[in-house]
Design a protein around this ligand. Structure first.
Ligand SMILES: [Cu+2]
Length: 462
């Protein structure tokens, strides 16, 4: 754990004087810390106000506040940022305080909260506090509850965080563009009693998607559905840190979805319960065991489980194209197609041409020349080779003997002897094979359905 002071002076964090943000009224504005490192920041333990158990934003950070006359004051700056999606790829995004997603805001049930929002974008914006029960005029819907915050202007929002739970913030202004550019952030309201809903590790993540053409840096913001990068906290595998848990820790993972499609989130090796939504906590009697939970567009789900199985467990969206990076969309299915001779002929015309996928789609071990600033579709080095993953994928690493609050990557799991799937070298029993599917030689009688046949039964004998 770090306290606020060491957090602020830690690597990747710089504090901008408020005067850089706004000349008018500089004295009254809280500082707007900026975070540039893509590493997961240590949990930010509260130094004022009610105590709580801070969350960990995977590959992100929590926004420090100042206490002024009993009010928690935060300062968000909406601005263009450069985000490393994974080593080897940077994206020009929009976000808050130097990063996309913006910093996580953590408060306690009953806190009065004042949030200054400065707009350094080239167009107007607003901030909607998704899931909060607040005065209508603080809801952040441009045109409906407030005028847009024009470039260069600062607005102030103020409300009481009335109920504990899992929330998010995002613009309600030119939404399709601004969210496609990465503008969003997480919000956690902790319970007044820190023992209520207490867990040992509490991870938070927002799901986002981008459409960045291979070789370019800026998302296409008019894309409606055909995104090609599926991100957790604006990072894609192998750019995501593992989630770490001590054996038998109670773990919560809070997931919010601000993409334009649903994501069935799946955890290996454990059973979990959905303990909360953006509407609040689910009563214990209404929970049931799951290993996958669908997080629909605009929803949040807080899952809880006991990390009782040591190992490196996959955690991912179950839509298989959401665990791939860009370039996968226009590749035709070629399994079973005989390419022999074709590649050589094409190679004479297009040097470097590669036949892909005739034995399945595996491209993990292929070394292709990629355009600049482009990630491989399927990558990630594991202890047994290439993971062939991208996008919304990371791991939950459960280990015995970790210290409380130690979030460092413990390395790859060392499996007990005899517990890893291995090649069988003994006798193999004869396998039952499918009926011979070889087409009958021409001239031989066969039963075939004539396309479009109107005859009853549709059978036609040759
Ligand atoms: Cu998905």
């Amino acid at each position: 754990m770090t306290n606020r002071r060491s957090f602020l002076t830690g690597a990747g964090v710089t504090v901008l004087g408020a005067s850089l943000v706004s000349k008018a009224g500089a004295a009254s504005l809280p500082e707007a810390p900026v975070h540039s490192s893509a590493a997961t920041a240590a949990p930010l333990a509260p130094t004022s106000g009610r105590p709580y158990n801070p969350v960990v934003t995977l590959n992100g950070w929590t926004l420090p506040w100042r206490m002024k006359d009993g009010v928690k004051e935060f300062h968000l700056v909406a601005e263009p940022v450069v985000r490393e999606l994974a080593p080897g790829m940077q994206a020009n995004l929009w976000g808050y305080n130097g990063q996309s997603p913006g910093p996580t805001i953590e408060v306690v049930e009953g806190d009065r909260v004042r949030i200054f929002v400065t707009n350094k974008l080239p167009e107007h914006t607003s901030v909607h506090w998704h899931g909060q029960l607040l005065p209508c005029g603080m809801d952040g819907v441009t045109g409906l509850t407030q005028p847009g915050i024009q470039p260069g202007k600062t607005f102030v929002y103020e409300f009481v965080a009335r109920h504990a739970g899992t929330f998010m913030y995002h613009p309600h202004a030119d939404e399709m563009q601004q969210m496609a550019m990465g503008m969003m952030g997480f919000w956690v309201t902790h319970p007044k009693n820190p023992r209520q809903h207490a867990v040992d590790r509490d991870y938070v993540m927002l799901l986002s998607s981008f459409d960045i053409e291979p070789g370019s840096y800026t998302p296409r913001t008019n894309t409606m559905l055909d995104f090609n990068l599926w991100a957790i906290n604006s990072r894609v595998f192998p750019g995501l840190d593992p989630m770490v848990a001590r054996l038998n820790d109670k773990v919560r993972i809070r997931v919010g979805n601000l993409t334009m499609t649903n994501h069935p989130i799946h955890l290996h090796g454990h059973r979990f319960e959905v303990a909360g939504t953006d509407g609040g906590w689910v009563p214990k009697s209404a929970r049931w065991p799951e290993v996958t939970t669908d997080v629909a567009v605009g929803q949040m789900r807080a899952i809880e489980f006991v990390a009782d199985a040591p190992g490196d467990w996959a955690f991912h969206c179950h839509k298989s194209h959401h665990t791939m990076n860009a370039m996968g969309h226009d590749v035709p299915t070629l399994i079973g197609v005989d390419h022999r001779g074709v590649a050589e002929k094409i190679n004479a015309l297009v040097p470097g041409y590669m036949v892909m996928g005739d034995k399945g789609g595996s491209m993990g071990d292929m070394k292709m020349a990629l355009p600049a600033n482009t990630l491989p579709m399927m990558s990630g080095d594991g202890p047994f080779g290439n993971l062939e993953m991208g996008g919304m994928f990371t791991t939950l690493k459960v280990r015995e003997g970790l210290a409380r609050g130690d979030y460092r990557d413990p390395g790859w799991y060392r499996h007990p002897a005899g517990t890893v799937a291995r090649e069988w070298t003994g006798e193999v029993p004869a396998a039952v094979s499918a009926p011979d599917a070889t087409p009958a030689p021409s001239g031989q009688a066969m039963d075939a359905r004539k396309p479009g046949s109107q005859e009853s039964g549709g059978h036609h004998h040759h």
